[in-house]
Design a protein around this ligand. Structure first.
Ligand SMILES: Cc1cc2nc3c(=O)[nH]c(=O)nc-3n(C[C@H](O)[C@H](O)[C@H](O)COP(=O)(O)O)c2cc1C
Length: 207
């Protein structure tokens, strides 16, 4: 079983990376393979609502979102990490997730997810609230830890001093591994995927 950890920070080895690395080590110690995916600095933009992905299965803007789609198909669980920018997730991860949800959401459904954020001082829970809105609408079970998933630091060395933050990351790894093993045990025992046998309803409020 494999978890992909997505670093949304413009710093490939900054504070968010330290947090994700701690989750990754904990997952590995619990028998789960991991891969780090760095969104990088070249995200082309936010969703254009153009509908290209509906017929082509990929985004019209060819960047990290399209690079990620094969991983979305292959992996069993996901951790999305972001620095806090003005009490919100950074713009890159918002552009990435809003496009991935519509282009590759089908590959993510029923796979466990969690968010982690890194901040110098404040805005972490507000940023988590925004990221954590993606998973229910995609149908991804959300993995808990022992607290809200945040670390504190302006530099990676400071995050390494956040003993509680790092423990939250390790516990997230433990619980993600536990959830993945339970899902696999359910599959092995013949528990079917949760599918509601009805046409999908869309009730708009203006008619
Ligand atoms: C544009 C910008 C906005 C930021 N806004 C906040 C903020 O609202 N609250 C906060 O505590 N830190 C804020 N920070 C600091 C970063 O969240 C913090 O240093 C984070 O750990 C950096 O993670 P990274 O190294 O992975 O990018 C901001 C940094 C930048 C560049």
């Amino acid at each position: 079983m494999k978890v992909v950890l997505v670093n949304g920070s413009p710093h490939p080895q900054g504070c968010t990376y330290v947090a994700l690395s701690e989750v990754s080590k904990s997952l590995n110690a619990n028998g789960i393979e991991t891969e780090l995916f760095t969104i990088g600095q070249n995200i082309k933009g936010s969703c254009l609502a153009c509908g290209y992905c509906k017929t082509n299965g990929r985004c019209v803007m060819d960047d990290a979102v399209n690079r990620f789609i094969p991983l979305a198909q292959e992996a069993d669980g996901f951790v999305f990490g972001s620095p806090v920018h003005y009490a919100a997730p950074c713009g890159n991860i918002m552009s990435f997730l809003s496009r991935l949800a519509i282009c590759g959401g089908n590959y993510l459904t029923n796979k466990p997810a969690a968010s982690v954020v890194s901040c110098r001082r404040a805005g972490s829970t507000a940023a988590l609230d925004v990221l954590n809105k993606f998973y229910p609408i995609i149908g991804m079970p959300m993995v808990p830890s022992q607290y809200w998933n945040m670390v504190h630091g302006a530099q990676p060395q400071e995050v390494l001093q956040d003993a509680e933050g790092l423990q939250i990351m390790r516990n997230l790894g433990v619980k993600m591994a536990w959830m993945l093993k339970n899902i696999q045990a359910g599959k092995d025992a013949g528990v079917p995927a949760p599918i509601l046998d009805e046409p999908h309803q869309r009730t708009n409020f203006i008619r």
